[in-house]
Design a protein around this ligand. Structure first.
Ligand SMILES: NC(=O)c1ccc[n+]([C@@H]2O[C@H](COP(=O)([O-])OP(=O)(O)OC[C@H]3O[C@@H](n4cnc5c(N)ncnc54)[C@H](OP(=O)(O)O)[C@@H]3O)[C@@H](O)[C@H]2O)c1
Length: 346
């Protein structure tokens, strides 16, 4: 039976255009990297997805390897689509990716045409879809010519298996190359998916300007620094949080220096009458070059709290300057973040 979706779902949510394209994304999108896999409680994930769509979140981000076990987030999402959202496919933007290790042997990892096309076929089967809205090259594969990876993306669009394509965690230089190869083939690079938060600002050096210049959208993943920009770690490590469970929120991220910064940022959030998570999202979305903040959540309460960031007041220039004082952090660098995104890929 189809889920009874909230008829007022579009009354309050905000949408932003992805670069120079015709596609709008919600200012806050939901990712299914963690908490939606086969090891997680299915009904909890289902409740979160219902609530998100009820609040106008139209974009759900997946990857071939999300779980654990790898593939199970797509399977669970497929079940929910089939049972609850059957008549809502055209209101949803569903993305998936390939790049990290998914299956054994040389064809289950990287950026080859063989891997990308086979992986998307598998993702479509798991989700019960004819097409995804966005298909990403999850990472640069230095051992594959970029031309081959981009030709595979172009081919996927031509086959109708994805409406748009994007890239994730590519440097500014590789983004330029990928963009021009795709352009020469007649396919637009819709969007880039990099990590970005108050604690992790690598895209400010060059990538954000590059994306703006090329007309590519930017969807910022881990805007809460995997939960560090919440109240979870302010007074010790809260039970049940990501740091107590997985291997993606590394102990080194919770260094004395980083936690000092998190506490200081929390004080600013309290003064503003926001949770730290809300202020972190207001901060990411302060920049018009950001199309969407791509969050993760473990509970419906977290989702509601984060989505309420859209009702907060903009940050003042004084607050922005104050926040910048806490931008220097230990260990949260691009390589670690890239490595941490290969969770489930061993
Ligand atoms: N392209 C890539 O390589 C890549 C890599 C990583 C992620 N992503 C995408 O980005 C999405 C989000 O990543 P992420 O989960 O790391 O994002 P995040 O939003 O930075 O962190 C999510 C975590 O923060 C905590 N949280 C969220 N809202 C909260 C709130 N309001 N109050 C208190 N705690 C809150 C929860 O942690 P606890 O579970 O500890 O409570 C939650 O699991 C992924 O699902 C995926 O789609 C992409």
């Amino acid at each position: 039976m189809t889920y009874n979706v909230n008829p007022d779902r579009y009354k309050k949510n905000q949408f932003r255009r992805s670069g120079k394209s015709g596609l709008d994304l919600p200012a806050i999108s939901l990712g299914l990297w963690q908490n939606f896999g086969g090891i997680d409680a299915f009904e909890n994930g289902r409740g979160i997805i219902h609530r998100a769509f009820d609040r106008g979140v139209t974009h759900f981000d997946l990857s071939n390897n999300y779980g654990p076990p790898p593939g199970s987030a797509e399977e669970n999402f497929g079940k929910i689509l089939a049972s609850d959202f059957k008549s809502y496919r055209d209101e949803l933007i569903i993305s998936t990716k390939a790049g990290y290790k998914m299956w054994s042997g040389p064809y289950g990892i990287g950026g080859s045409r063989k891997y990308l096309i086979a992986s998307l076929d598998q993702s479509l089967l798991r989700m019960g879809l004819n097409y995804v809205d966005i298909f990403y090259s999850h990472r640069v594969d230095p051992s594959t010519p970029l031309e081959e990876t981009m030709l595979a993306l172009h081919h996927i669009v031509q086959q109708g298996k994805a409406l748009y394509v994007g890239i994730s965690s590519y440097s500014a230089q590789m983004t330029r190359k990928a963009f021009s190869i795709l352009k020469s083939l007649g396919t637009k690079c819709l969007i880039h998916q990099p990590s970005y938060s108050m604690l992790n600002r690598w895209i400010e050096d060059e990538l954000l300007d590059t994306l703006w210049e090329l007309g590519i959208g930017c969807i910022a993943f881990s805007p809460l620094a995997q939960g560090m920009l919440t109240d979870h770690y302010i007074n010790g490590i809260k039970e049940g949080t990501r740091a107590t469970k997985g291997k993606t929120l590394r102990e080194s991220f919770l260094s004395e220096k980083n936690l000092k910064n998190v506490k200081a940022l929390n004080e600013i959030a309290i003064r503003r009458g926001q949770s730290l998570a809300q202020m972190a999202l207001t901060w990411v979305l302060r920049d018009k070059r950001i199309t969407s903040a791509l969050i993760g959540v473990r509970t419906v309460e977290q989702l509601d709290n984060s989505l309420d960031a859209l009702n907060g007041s903009p940050l003042s220039s004084e607050e922005l300057i104050e926040i910048d004082r806490y931008a220097e952090n230990d260990d949260i660098n691009l390589d670690l973040w890239r490595e941490s995104s290969s969770y489930n890929s061993n």
